[in-house]
Design a protein around this ligand. Sequence first.
Ligand code: FE2
Ligand code: FE2
Length: 344
Amino acid sequence: MERYISILRVTCLATLSRLRKQLKQVSNQQEQFRKVTIQFFVNITQYYIKSSYAWTSLLDASLPGEINSASSENTLCFWATKILCTPDPQEKVKLTKEVQHWWDTGKITEIGECAPPAQPSRIDKLTVVQPGKIKRGKGGTQASRIALLHSLANIEQWAIDLSWDIIARFSSVQLSTGDSMPRQFFSDFVKVAGDEAKHYDLLEQRIKDLGSSFGSLPVHNGLWQSATETSHDLLSRLAIVHMVHEARGLDVHPQTLSRFAAQNDTDSVKILEIIYTDEITHVAAGLRWFTYICSKEERHCLTTFHDLVKLHFRGYLKPPFNTEGRKTAGMTEEWYVPLVKPAS
Ligand SMILES: [Fe+2]
Ligand SMILES: [Fe+2]
């Protein structure tokens, strides 16, 4: 049975690779119908690939605990996809830490190729609402502080998935020069995934310490909307997720921190400071690989970034910016000030 599932998966992967190549060739407006049709088949193929992993997991319940060194599934992409398909956040964190360790110690060496699910799995009890419907408060009460921490934990859970998704989705991407992404690109995002898992863990524990639990409040999936919008193009993904959203995280940090500090919640303040320090390195990673691709493909970095943000991000970037934090990440004002709404 496992053999048939494997054959189905390999066939689907090959089909997906062909469909993606075709999708890349559809560039002009007149071919919109063709683009939609190909995208439809991409979605169906991805569904079958995702299902095949679920079937394999059912057949091999011991898979997460051990690596079989003889298995072709012993690749970074296999585990990235497996983590994306893991609904329980604690299990997601545990697997992320294990895979990071396996990658860092050379137990996993192959990057591999796979098709990640269109959207990561989530536990059934999570209430998902539209991004604008979440009420966080200003941290003046314990309930409001729990709501803020809950909202951050939700973002961190998406951030774990976004790190694995960039690895899995763009594992076999080819630059216009014909080059693949270097190994360090994957190592950087394994590190980011590990950081995000640590952040989720710290926040979830803090929510528990305050007498609540993750999942007790509604959450949104706004970050995944950006992932879907940029699933076709690595430069767009780096620009929107890592250089717009993660940089925005740096901007809001000082105010969030001051809300907890004002209530003498030093335990939460310590966690926020750890997160902030790591997040600067995530923006730096996004910027580093964005400029790497631009220089390889002989594109103008700033113009390309501004064009992609205008294309994939709704609205303008909102000040105030954390100029210092962004600068530490290597992001100077010329990157983001031109994307602010012009004074009328
Ligand atoms: Fe994070
Ligand atoms: Fe991050």
